[in-house]
Design a protein around this ligand. Structure first.
Ligand SMILES: [Zn+2]
Length: 222
């Protein structure tokens, strides 16, 4: 996403290279990781071109569990002796709201981001809130202590896998209930599985809830 002048990625999935090219993303100041499943992580090498002409390190924010897996699986990036061509990413475990700063020495104002503790089955994962937008992927439960972080949202991006219940993702019915409770001005469902018929499902949703799609652009006032 673009927050002011800053470019911020949430996760680096296997499609991140084609997404970056499709959207013409020319700067990434930071990556906020939600969890360590590989469909959210494995595109990390595709950050390398952001260091070809600009060597400043890029912070990768994550919870403790995610950071531990990243360190052990990507020793050539995060180990004591990184591979010389590796992306110059720097792991930062976060538990509280944190600033994301420009890595381009251009005076672009920093942006405050807030990790939101969620459960993906039994697994502790993060959602993120930046301004009046929250992005909650891969979630099956919002613990009560995290709920107040989701007040006064313009846009909620929320996991909704499929009509049938699933142990680690919200179903459509559950996601509609959660969206109702949170009451964002607009909610977009993401992470739908391949057999969801987009147009049919969209018609069944309340007016303020939509299915996301590749290339969807959402604008949120500061
Ligand atoms: Zn996952």
């Amino acid at each position: 996403m673009r927050a002011g002048d800053l470019g911020i990625l949430i996760d680096t999935g296997p499609d991140v290279r084609s997404q970056i090219l499709r959207e013409g993303i020319d700067r990434v100041d930071a990556v906020c990781y939600t969890h360590y499943h590989f469909d959210h992580l494995v595109g990390i090498d595709d950050l390398r071109p952001f260091f070809f002409h600009h060597r400043a390190p890029m912070p990768c924010f994550a919870n403790e569990e995610t950071a531990a897996v990243m360190r052990s699986n990507y020793d050539y990036i995060f180990g004591a002796d990184p591979y010389p061509g590796a992306a110059r990413v720097r792991l930062e475990e976060v538990t509280d709201p944190f600033p994301i700063e420009s890595r381009y020495d251009d005076g672009a104002p920093s942006v405050q981001a807030e990790p939101i503790r969620l459960l993906h089955g039994d697994m502790p994962v993060y959602g993120y809130r930046i301004g009046r937008l929250a992005y909650l992927t891969d979630v099956s439960e919002i613990p009560p202590e995290s709920r107040s972080q989701l007040d006064n949202l313009d846009v909620l991006i929320l996991d909704a896998l499929r009509p049938k219940p699933h142990p680690t993702h919200y179903s459509f019915e559950e996601a509609v209930q959660v969206a109702r409770d949170i009451g964002a001005r607009k909610t977009y469902f993401i992470h739908m599985t391949h057999n969801v018929r987009h147009a049919e499902q969209e018609q069944r949703l309340p007016d303020d809830i939509h299915l996301g799609y590749d290339g969807l652009t959402v604008e949120v006032e500061g």
